[in-house]
Design a protein around this ligand. Structure first.
Ligand SMILES: [Zn+2]
Ligand SMILES: [Zn+2]
Length: 367
C-alpha cells in the first residue's frame, strides 16, 4: 500500500535506502571474488593442480551462494489467499459494530469456515486492521513491507525482504552456502596467510588481499555459523523466529511445539519431499502457507463435530489424542500422511506400524 503525493516520494526514498545493506554485501562478495580468483589463485598459487581444484570448487560454491541469495532477495513474500480477506458486506458489518465483543462475534463466524487455529493472547481471532483480513496461522503483518506475510519469520535488512513461507528455504540455503563459501576461503587461504607472516609471499599487492580475505572470511564464518545453527534448530522444531520469541497461542493455550510434527516432517515442510530439490534454490516447500498441521490442537467446541472415519482427526481421537475437528485441507493431509522419501527403510516402516496408522500424527517423536 504505497502512499501517494509527497509522502509517496519520501516513502520511495526510504525504499532506496533499504537497499544499502544489500549493496554492501554485494560489494564484499564482488571484492572477495576478485581477491580469491585473481589475487590468490591466479597470481599467488604456483601449483597448477591446486589452482584448478580451488577454482573449480570455489565456483560451484560461489554460484550456489549467489543463486540462493538472489532468490531470497527477489522472491516476493506470499500474502494470505482471498478467502481470508473480509468481503464487502462483512467489512460494512464490522464497521457498524463499535463494541469489541460484537466485532469478535462477526470474526468468529467468518473464521469458522477457515483453517485457523491460533488466537491472540486474549484468545481473540487474529485480525489485521491494516490489510482487513483474518490472519492465517503463523501469518504476521510486517511493518516494513506493510503487508501480511505468510509464515513470517522475520524482515531481513540484509536481503531487503521478508523471510517467510515463500523464501524460507532459499534463506536457509543462503545461510548454508554463504557459510560454506567463507569456510572454504578460510581453509584454502590459511596456508598463504601463514606465508604472509613468515614473509614467504612475493612483495605485491596480492599479499594484502590474501591477508584481508582471511580476516573477513573467518569473521563472517563465525557470525554465519551461529545464525545457521540457530535456524537449523528452528527448522527441526518447526518454529519461526517470531514463534521462538513468542509461542503461538492455540485455543487450548500457548504451545511452543504446536506446529512440530517431529524432525523429518518439520524438515520436509521447509525443503519438500524430493531429495533432489533440497540443495537447489527452487521452491519445493510443502503446503500452501495458509494452513499448517498442528500436532496438539484441542477439539474446538465452536466447530460442528462431524468427523468421519477417513478424517485423520477421528483416528486421532480414537487413539486418545486430540486434533483439529475442522476438515483438513489437501496440503495439510498430504503433510500428515505422506511417507518421507528417504526413510523407506525397515526401521522407519516398523516405527510407522508401531505408531498410529498415520506417521505424521505421532507426537512422541517430538522431544
Ligand atoms: Zn496485515
Ligand atoms: Zn517485511
Amino acid at each position: 500500500m504505497a502512499p501517494s503525493g509527497s509522502r509517496g516520494i519520501k516513502w520511495g526514498c526510504w525504499r532506496v535506502l533499504y537497499w544499502i545493506p544489500v549493496l554492501f554485501i554485494a560489494l564484499i562478495v564482488a571484492w572477495s571474488y576478485y581477491a580469491y580468483v585473481l589475487q590468490l589463485c591466479i597470481e599467488s598459487i604456483e601449483d597448477t593442480g591446486e589452482k584448478v581444484v580451488y577454482l573449480l570448487v570455489y565456483h560451484v560454491i560461489f554460484i550456489m551462494f549467489v543463486w540462493a541469495y538472489w532468490q531470497t532477495i527477489f522472491t516476493k513474500p506470499m500474502n494470505p489467499l482471498k478467502e481470508f480477506h473480509l468481503s464487502y458486506s462483512d467489512k460494512e458489518l464490522l464497521e457498524r459494530e463499535d463494541r469489541g465483543e460484537s466485532q469478535q462475534e462477526i470474526l468468529r463466524r467468518i473464521a469458522k469456515d477457515l483453517p485457523i487455529y491460533t488466537r491472540t493472547n486474549s484468545r481473540a481471532i487474529r485480525f489485521c486492521d491494516r490489510c482487513q483480513l483474518l490472519k492465517p496461522d503463523r501469518c504476521h503483518h510486517c511493518s516494513v513491507c506493510d503487508k501480511c506475510i505468510l509464515k513470517m519469520d522475520h524482515h531481513c535488512p540484509w536481503v531487503n525482504n521478508c523471510v517467510g513461507f515463500a523464501n524460507y528455504k532459499f534463506f536457509m540455503l543462503f545461510l548454508t552456502y554463504s557459510l560454506l563459501y567463507c569456510l572454504f576461503i578460510t581453509a584454502t587461504d590459511l596456508k598463504y596467510f601463514i606465508k604472509f607472516w613468515l614473509n614467504g609471499l612475493p612483495d605485491t599487492q596480492a599479499k594484502f588481499h590474501i591477508l584481508f580475505l582471511f580476516f573477513s572470511a573467518s569473521m563472517f564464518s563465525v557470525s554465519l555459523a551461529s545464525l545457521f545453527i540457530y535456524h537449523c534448530w528452528l527448522v527441526c522444531k518447526n518454529r519461526s523466529t517470531l514463534e521462538a520469541v513468542r509461542a503461538p497461542v492455540f485455543r487450548h493455550g500457548t504451545d511452543k511445539n504446536g506446529f512440530s510434527l517431529g524432525f523429518s516432517k518439520n524438515f520436509r515442510q521447509v525443503f519438500g519431499d524430493e531429495v533432489k530439490y533440497w540443495p537447489i534454490p527452487v521452491f519445493s516447500s510443502s503446503g500452501d502457507g495458509c494452513s499448517f498441521p498442528a500436532c496438539l490442537v484441542n477439539l474446538d467446541p465452536e466447530q460442528p463435530s462431524s468427523p468421519t472415519d477417513s478424517n485423520p482427526a477421528s483416528k486421532a481421537a480414537a487413539d486418545g489424542r486430540q486434533f483439529p475437528s475442522k476438515p483438513l485441507r489437501e496440503s495439510q493431509s498430504r503433510l500428515l500422511t505422506s511417507t518421507p522419501s528417504w526413510s523407506e527403510s525397515d526401521s522407519a516402516a516398523d516405527k510407522d506400524k508401531k505408531g498410529a496408522s498415520n506417521p505424521g500424527m505421532t507426537i512422541e517423536n517430538e522431544a
